[in-house]
Design a protein around this ligand. Structure first.
Ligand code: IMP
Ligand code: MG
Length: 170
């Protein structure tokens, strides 16, 4: 498929470092649990966690709201749950990209029910178009108007995740 460069490696690195700095200062004296949403957030998560200079813990969920296409199925399903108790702990959900907002709306409710002491969202990309749920991204790497993005963990039918930079499919 044809593609054009959307976010460079350097731009990603810069924003990741800035987000990590913000999180490090906001959570000074705490030990937040970073919960990554597999698979897309894998590289963002790894880079972010290593750039945060306060202690953190890691856990992961896998949620599916997309079939295998570029369109959302409208339903969210948890295919892998976290393994750590999060009751009374500050949680930061780390997501690759917020599109309809359905995935994060579902996860926010789930972790709120489980008694996280605080719950924030860190997303590499916030898509401004197509939002169905009103999700507030507390830590946002980039805002993108529209389009379908691949690379740096983001896929289209499991392809292109390995690119170190982010492209827009044409
Ligand atoms: P939402 O539930 O519609 O917000 O969808 C979120 C999930 O859909 C993300 O975690 C991605 O896995 C996937 N997704 C949404 N937009 C894109 C895109 O532009 N490229 C790749 N995956 C996307
Ligand atoms: Mg995802």
């Amino acid at each position: 498929m044809e593609r054009e460069l959307c976010i460079s490696k350097e731009a990603i690195q810069q924003r990741v470092e800035a987000l990590a700095k913000e999180i490090s200062s906001d959570y000074e004296g705490e030990e937040p649990v970073l919960i990554g949403v597999l698979n897309g957030a894998i590289f963002f998560f790894a880079d972010l966690m290593r750039a945060i200079h306060i202690p953190t813990k890691m856990d992961f969920v896998r949620a599916a709201s997309y079939g295998s296409d570029m369109e959302s199925s409208g339903r969210v399903r948890l295919t892998k749950d976290i393994e750590m108790p999060i009751e009374g702990k500050p949680v930061i959900l780390v997501e690759d990209i917020v599109d309809s907002g359905l995935t994060l709306a579902y996860l926010l409710e789930l972790f709120e029910q489980r008694g996280a002491s605080s719950l924030k969202i860190c997303a590499l990309i916030d898509k401004l178009e197509r939002k169905e749920k009103d999700i507030i991204v507390d830590y946002c790497g980039f805002q993108i108007q529209d389009g379908f993005l691949v690379g740096y963990g983001l896929d289209c039918n499991e392809e292109y995740r390995y690119f170190p930079e982010i492209y827009r499919l044409k």
